[in-house]
Ligand binder design. Structure first.
Ligand code: IPD
Ligand code: CA
Ligand code: CA
Ligand code: CA
Length: 281
């Protein structure tokens, strides 16, 4: 209803303010000494800042919207279930690009997505170090610091710049598939392939048209929720790696400016199966 739409706009205002505050906290902690430990593998890094920033975000949002649900990377790591219901749900990545953060490599973002009845309503991604704010709201367009975003119209993969990521889990079998996919793209040949260390900022490059496509097997719902609505609202296509509709919990995504380039990735690259975010542990 109109009243509901109105209230989601208010949620988005709070999301933007919260992302800016969280980004400020990320900037400050990046200059301080970091306490780094690892989670599932030695390359799956986490710092105290990841937890503190998530706490700041969730406690702020909960104060405003006590009946809403929250899915956050570090809360999930602490054992909270990652299940998307019809209830208004915030999907949060407090620091996307933790490995970059640890090295002070300046590609680090805060990502806040919001879904109602399992449909994304808006997304906010804040590039903490250059102060760029990406937003997208269903039926209202996508913006970067207030400027309307449009994806690339390129249809020819041989003229594409493609982004991807390899997560922290690097078993010989998954590395073989990853490298096979790289070989397929580099011999297409595409213009270039980039790995920048932040899924959300890579996806934002598709939204601005700076890259033609992004694909990843092994990302999580908090890596894709905010970005998916931003890209969709910029006129892009965000789908599952099988070619079907995006499934937030499926841990895989293809995002592209054009359907043609998305289809190329769906048809020519081999997916890696990482299970689902809502699997029972
Ligand atoms: C990770 C980054 C990385 C991607 C991983 C993500 P995190 O997020 O986006 O680029 O390769 O799959 O998990 O852990 O830094 O929030
Ligand atoms: Ca992480
Ligand atoms: Ca992430
Ligand atoms: Ca994170």
């Amino acid at each position: 209803s109109d009243m509901e739409a109105e209230s989601w706009a208010e949620c988005m205002d709070v999301a933007v303010k919260t992302a800016l505050r969280a980004g400020q906290m990320v900037r400050v902690s990046m200059m301080q000494e970091k306490r780094v430990s690892s989670k599932s593998t030695p390359t799956d890094l986490v710092t105290e800042a990841d937890q503190q920033v998530e706490e700041l975000i969730i406690s702020t949002l909960r104060e405003h919207f006590p009946s809403h649900r929250f899915i956050g990377e570090e809360s999930s790591a602490a054992g909270e279930k990652c299940i998307l219901t019809d209830n208004p749900t915030w999907i949060i990545d407090p620091i996307d690009g933790t490995c970059n953060f640890v090295h002070s490599f300046p590609m680090v973002a805060v990502s806040i997505g919001f879904a109602v009845k399992k449909q994304l309503e808006f997304g906010v991604i804040y590039h903490c170090l250059d102060g760029t704010l990406y937003t997208g709201r269903r039926s209202h367009g996508a913006f970067c610091n207030g400027v309307r975003l449009r994806v690339s119209k390129e249809k020819d993969v041989s003229k594409a710049l493609i982004l991807t990521e390899i997560g922290a889990k690097r078993e010989p079998h998954t590395l073989d598939i990853f490298l096979g996919n790289m070989k397929q793209l580099l011999s297409a040949p595409v213009h270039g392939v980039r790995i920048i260390g932040s899924s959300t900022l890579a996806l934002c490059q598709v939204a601005t048209g700076a890259a033609e496509a992004y694909y990843q097997y092994g990302l999580h719902c908090w890596d894709i929720a905010a970005a998916a609505i931003i890209i969709t609202e910029a006129g892009g296509c965000v789908i599952d790696t099988t070619g079907g509709p995006l499934d937030l919990m499926s841990r895989r995504v293809v995002a592209a400016g054009s359907q043609e380039i998305a289809d190329y990735i769906v048809q020519r690259l081999k997916p890696i199966n990482y299970g689902r975010d809502d699997d029972d542990p």
